[in-house]
Design a protein around this ligand. Structure first.
Ligand SMILES: O=C(O)CCC(=O)C(=O)O
Length: 262
């Protein structure tokens, strides 16, 4: 069987697992050279901007592609595009959020159990099914209707080998099928959590409603992740995903279009 066919089969199996369990992993989507190039771009950033948060326990860049637009073509490799095609068959997904998380060696940063239920939008607009609203650090977020939340798929690209010792994400399989779970009910679910080890270059896929958390690091290795959220859904007129980015045309298609006379 060709490598390409094996990859397509793995991606189809991951898309099925994502629907059932709310998470899946896909190894070897980015090569060591592609990871090194991404890290060079991230390390070249001017860390003084307000979207950068640096402490001894975490370095995070919010609105990552707004801060570092040159990362977008680096991330949109043919392999990543193929994964998106499997995850959004017959649809045109766009990016709706991007964050960089560096949990350094020995970090005390832990993230408690939660679901990702708020989406970042351009403005507050009272609409049926949208709310509550929140405004923090100049950013408006809202709990959208279920069809918008369930349209989102998170792809976490791991830039380092990651396991339970350096803060791998823990998830509760199937929890995304229970809608928004009140905090006081989390303990009913978290007893069956599993740890998602992912090697460098691999992707962890996750539905935003999957209950997830991450532990402190007891390792000497960092855990660097590019967290990307995609959706093919559009918001009602007037409301826009705050970080919305369309996929760039594939280079060969763009070349073909440029060479074809109208
Ligand atoms: O990267 C982590 O450890 C946690 C991130 C997370 O939970 C989130 O972005 O919702």
């Amino acid at each position: 069987m060709s490598e390409q066919l094996k990859e397509r089969q793995a991606a189809t199996a991951a898309a099925t697992q994502l629907r059932t369990d709310g998470y899946a992993t896909l190894p070897d989507i980015f090569s060591p050279a592609e990871i090194a190039a991404l890290l060079r771009t991230i390390q070249s950033a001017d860390a003084a901007a307000p979207n950068f948060r640096r402490s001894q326990d975490v370095f995070a860049i919010r609105n990552l592609l707004g801060e570092l637009p040159q990362l977008w073509p680096q991330l949109l490799t043919p392999r990543l595009r193929a994964v998106l095609t499997d995850l959004f068959p017959g649809q045109e997904p766009h990016l709706v959020k991007a964050i960089y998380f560096d949990k350094p060696a020995g970090s005390n940063w832990l993230v408690a159990w939660h679901q990702d239920v708020m989406v970042a939008v351009n403005q507050r607009q009272d609409l049926p099914g949208y709310g509550p609203w929140s405004r923090k650090n100049d950013e408006t977020t809202v709990l959208p209707p279920a069809e918008i939340l369930t349209s989102i798929v998170t792809l976490r690209l791991h830039l380092d080998d990651c396991d339970a010792t350096n803060g791998a994400l823990r998830v509760v399989p199937g929890s995304h099928r229970h809608g928004v779970i009140p905090n006081d009910q989390h303990p009913e679910f978290t007893g069956r959590a599993i740890t998602c080890a992912v090697s460098a270059g691999g992707l962890q896929l996750m539905k935003p409603l999957t209950l997830h958390a991450s532990q402190r690091s007891t390792s000497t290795r960092p855990r660097r992740v590019v967290h990307l959220e995609f959706s093919a859904a559009e918001l009602p007129t007037g409301l826009q995903w705050r970080e919305r980015l369309a996929l760039l045309p594939e280079p060969e298609k763009a070349e073909l279009a440029a060479a074809t006379p109208e």
